[in-house]
Design a protein around this ligand. Structure first.
Ligand code: NAD
Length: 271
């Protein structure tokens, strides 16, 4: 039985994570954190998540819960996640990180823990998205250097703070890597005004932010005469939460290392 603690239990993902852990017969809900200054400290986290009373009161700091859990699941902000990662390293804990929007420096800071902490870090924990990444590798290899233009289009709810989404960037990276390109050199993240025609090798990104869209991603391979689109649409955040709990169970008996959902789902060997 994997004992799981969740950070940000009052958040959109946090509430789903509480429900997903509660519904998983192989996981136990050990602790839930809210912001230190939150009025929700002490409130039952099951009630926060609409699951009824679960007998676990929300706490304000990770240290308070440190002896109760094996794996921490963190879907918050880059700064909060990095602080929690440091505490996990200090206390020999494992971590599943869903937080997106880490900049270059923050990614390097996270990566520096790979020799000390068993961690799963993935911008999208859904099984369908991770399967789509495999399909994209195949499509890119077959089409990318044959005159097909590649564009990544994503849509999310109005509250999302980073753009393009971590998933869109990951999809772009997978395509770029399969073709020996890099997003640094070939990614085009904005087009406005007289920007000229597209170049052959660029990988374009377009972002929609509207209403309550949970998350939609399309990678388009277009040439004269045809267009192939690989699309994933999430209709509920539960898909990410279930993936995160699966990752937590998986990482519970792994050695230190930085893993992703491709590893959790067993796709890595065939890479
Ligand atoms: P949200 O704003 O609804 O939730 C974040 C929660 O973290 C809030 O409740 C906030 O109070 C809490 N929080 C902030 N600081 C804290 C602290 N110091 N201690 C404890 N709690 C703290 O956001 P969200 O929509 O749930 O998304 C959170 C993150 O997860 C974003 O980066 C988002 O992009 C990412 N996300 C990832 C996936 C994935 O599959 N990897 C899926 C969905 C969202």
């Amino acid at each position: 039985m994997t004992r799981i603690a969740i950070v940000g239990v009052a958040g959109r993902m946090g509430r789903q994570l509480v429900a997903a852990v509660h519904q998983d017969p192989d996981a136990t809900l050990a602790a839930g954190l809210v912001k230190p200054d939150s009025s929700l400290v002490g409130v039952d986290i099951g009630e926060l998540a609409g699951q009824g009373r679960l007998g676990v009161a929300a706490v304000a700091t990770l240290e308070e819960a440190i002896d109760s859990f094996d794996v921490l699941i963190d879907f918050t902000t880059p700064q909060v996640t990095l602080a929690n990662l440091a505490v996990c390293a200090e206390h020999g804990k494992r971590i599943v990180i869903g937080t997106t929007g880490l900049d270059h420096e923050q990614l390097a800071e996270l990566d520096a823990y790979r020799d000390r902490v068993p961690m799963v870090f993935a911008p999208n924990m859904s099984v369908g998205v991770n399967l789509s990444l495999k399909l994209l590798e195949t499509a890119a290899r077959a089409l990318g250097d044959e005159g097909y233009d590649i564009e990544v289009i994503e849509a999310h709810h109005r509250h999302k703070v980073d753009a393009p989404s971590g998933t869109a960037l990951k999809m772009g990276e997978v395509v770029a890597e399969s073709l020996g390109r890099t997003l640094k050199e070939h990614g085009v993240f904005a087009r406005e005004g007289q920007c000229g025609p597209r170049t052959d090798k660029e990988i374009g990104f377009a972002t929609v932010r509207a209403g309550d869209i949970v998350g939609e991603h399309t990678v388009m391979f277009a040439t004269e005469g045809e267009r192939i689109e690989i699309t994933h649409k999430a209709s509920s955040r539960m898909t990410f939460a279930k993936g995160a709990v699966r990752a937590a169970r998986w990482v519970a008996d792994r050695d230190a290392g930085r893993y992703d959902m491709q590893d959790v789902l067993g796709f890595t060997d065939s890479r």
